[in-house]
Design a protein. Structure first.
Length: 357
C-alpha cells in the first residue's frame, strides 16, 4: 500500500493510496470527531467508515450535495454542528466525499476555534488526484469560485479506488480532466501513459486497468512536489490551475449546475490551448493531441460565450491576477508551462471570439 509524505514548511502528512475500506486502518482523534458528508456518499459508505474512527464520541454532519451548495451557508451548518456537539481544539473533522466536501471541511476546520485538524477521505477521482491534497480550502460566492478560503493542510489523506466504483461515468470523466491538467504541465511521459488508459465509457475495464492506480499515484506525486515547493501558490503551484482561469468563469456563469468542475476544466483547457496556440507556445499538433484525449475521455470542449466583454472582465476576479494584470497558465508544449501576465486584451479577446461564434 503506497504512502506518500507531503512536507510543507508548516507540517507534514501522509497520503495513503488504496485499500482503506478493506484493511484495519483506523483514524484516531484525541478528543471528539465530526464526519462531514453528503446524503449520497453517506448512504453508500458511512457505515463502513464509522467503525474505523477511534474517538471519545463521533458525530455526523450531512450537508447538501453539489457545487451550488459550496457556500457560507453550508460552512455555517458544519460549524453549528461542531459547536452543538462541543468539539474542542483537539477534536478532528473528517471529510468523506468529493472535492466540494474536501474544500468545505478544510475551510470549516481551519476557522473552527482558530483551526483544528482534519482528515480527508476522497470518494471521487477528482478529489483523489487534486482537491484532497495540498490544503487549498474554500467556498464560492456571487463573485466567483473559491474566492473565500484559506490554506489549511490535512493531517492525513486516505485514497481507495474502490470508492470510484459507485461513481457515475460522468464523474469519472470529470476527474480525468484534472489528471490530464497535471500531466500536460509537468510530465509528458505520464501524459503518454494516460493516452493508453482504458476509456471510462467501459467503467469496469477502466477501474480494473492496472494502469489506473499508478496514474493516480503519479498525479499525487507531482502535486506533492509542487505543494512542497510552493505551499501558498506564490509561484509554481499556480500551474495547477491550467484551464481553471477560464473554467471558474464558466462555472459561475452557469450557476454551478450545468457542468461538473472537471467538465468545466476540460473546456478551460481547450480555451487555454487556443490562447497558447495564438501566442506560439503550443503547436497545432500538440493541441490536437490534448484535444483528442479529452474527446476520448468524453469531455466536451464546446461552450458558447454570450458576452465576451463580461467574460473578459470576470478574469480580474481570478486569484492569480494582481496589480490589474491578468495571469494565465499556458502549456509550453506537453510537459511544460508558463505563467503569463503580459498578454494584451486584444489577444485575449481574439481567443474568446473562437467561443462566441
Amino acid at each position: 500500500m503506497p504512502t506518500l509524505t507531503i512536507q510543507t514548511l508548516s507540517t507534514s502528512y501522509p497520503v495513503v493510496i488504496d485499500e482503506f475500506l478493506h484493511n484495519d486502518t483506523c483514524i484516531i482523534s484525541q478528543s471528539k470527531a465530526l464526519i462531514v458528508s453528503n446524503p449520497k456518499v453517506a448512504g453508500l459508505y458511512l457505515h463502513k467508515v464509522l467503525p474505523k474512527i477511534q474517538a471519545q464520541e463521533v458525530f455526523v454532519c450531512i450537508v447538501p450535495d453539489g457545487e451550488e451548495h459550496k457556500n457560507m451557508q453550508s460552512i455555517e451548518q458544519i460549524l453549528q454542528c461542531a459547536f452543538a456537539n462541543r468539539l474542542d481544539r483537539k477534536s478532528l473533522m473528517i471529510a468523506l466525499g468529493g472535492g466540494v466536501i474536501s474544500d468545505m471541511v478544510g475551510f470549516a476546520s481551519g476557522i473552527f476555534e482558530r483551526g483544528i485538524s482534519y482528515v480527508s477521505i476522497p470518494t471521487t477521482l477528482l478529489a483523489q488526484v487534486d482537491a484532497s491534497v495540498g490544503g487549498k480550502c474554500g467556498v464560492n460566492n456571487a463573485y466567483g469560485k473559491n474566492l473565500i478560503g484559506l490554506f489549511h493542510q490535512p493531517s492525513a489523506v486516505y485514497i481507495d479506488k474502490e470508492f470510484l466504483r459507485t461513481l457515475s461515468t460522468r464523474e469519472i470523466k470529470a476527474g480525468l480532466a484534472e489528471v490530464l491538467k497535471i500531466f500536460v504541465c509537468f510530465d509528458e511521459q505520464a501524459f503518454t501513459k494516460l493516452e493508453m488508459l482504458e476509456s471510462p465509457e467501459s467503467k469496469d475495464a477502466f477501474l480494473d486497468s492496472s494502469a489506473l492506480l499508478p496514474l493516480i499515484q503519479r498525479s499525487i506525486e507531482i502535486k506533492a512536489k509542487v505543494v512542497e515547493q510552493d505551499e501558498r501558490e506564490s509561484g509554481i503551484r499556480a500551474a495547477l490551475n491550467y484551464g481553471h482561469t477560464f473554467a471558474h468563469i464558466i462555472e459561475m456563469q452557469t450557476h454551478y449546475k450545468r457542468f461538473l468542475h472537471g467538465q468545466a476544466v476540460a473546456i478551460g483547457i481547450a480555451m487555454a490551448n487556443t490562447l497558447a496556440q495564438q501566442l506560439g507556445s503550443l503547436s497545432a499538433a500538440e493541441s490536437k493531441r490534448i484535444s483528442t484525449l479529452l474527446a476520448r475521455f468524453g469531455l466536451d470542449e464546446s461552450y458558447h460565450i454570450d458576452d465576451i466583454e463580461a467574460f473578459y472582465q470576470a478574469f480580474f476576479l481570478d486569484k492569480k491576477s494582481h496589480s490589474n494584470k491578468l495571469c494565465f497558465i499556458l502549456p509550453e508544449g506537453i510537459g511544460g508551462f508558463s505563467l503569463r501576465d503580459d498578454i494584451s486584451k486584444e489577444q485575449i479577446i481574439a481567443c474568446l471570439q473562437h467561443y462566441a461564434r
